[in-house]
Design a protein around this ligand. Sequence first.
Ligand code: PEP
Length: 253
Amino acid sequence: MRKIVIAGNWKMNKTLVEASDLVKKLKELVKDIKDRTIIVCPPYPALDAVSREISNSNIELGAQNLFWEEKGAYTGEVSAPMLKAANCVYVIIGHSERRQYFGETDQTVNKKIFAALKHNLFPIVCVGETLDEREANKTFDVIKKQVADGFAGLSADQWEKIIIAYEPVWAIGTGKTATPEQAQEVHAHIRSLLPKEAADGIRILYGGSMKPDNARELLAKPDIDGGLIGGAALKADDFTAIIKSPFDKTQGK
Ligand code: PEP
């Protein structure tokens, strides 16, 4: 059984004080939950404050990005050892906004995955097609290439540390969610592309306008092992409702 992961990507939202307030509320609301992995990914300036707030809780910390070098003259960048020292356990890599606005490619994603793994950070690696690609029936091919190039060269041990997020670009922040059937179809496709020994254990999260009212149906699908949540992670009540969704995997087949 794969443990469900619910990860909040706060993107470029929340100042230091706002971030602390949000996670304080969240901590109280989810304190009894043991059967989900709960992750929050605040912006860099709030990592330390959030880390202090969640120490000795069931919430874990992630970052939204990293650079592949360890240190040096790379103005504005943040490295894996820095994230590790800030108590991050996870790091999001290759989010579609990074690909769209900051020129990230499957090759830079690959370098970042190795940098994260070298410093014992668990990568949450995003893949997904644009609307044009879906409408041109290229979804499976696009995903295949992102998986082949993004994860090139990983050993069996390294694969075990990977979390994948399937995020159809057309569903991110748009209010348009993939139907559970559309998402399941791509999740199953992604799993079929993974090395046999690792495929069953790897968590594949869905991301793209997941909300309290659609989480249950999505999470019921056999290959959907959690969610990467943007907008709804910014409200403690909504994020908690997703975390507590009473889905039933036997209903989703
Ligand atoms: C995301 O940014 O990873 C995301 C899924 O955003 P939203 O939930 O707002 O669509």
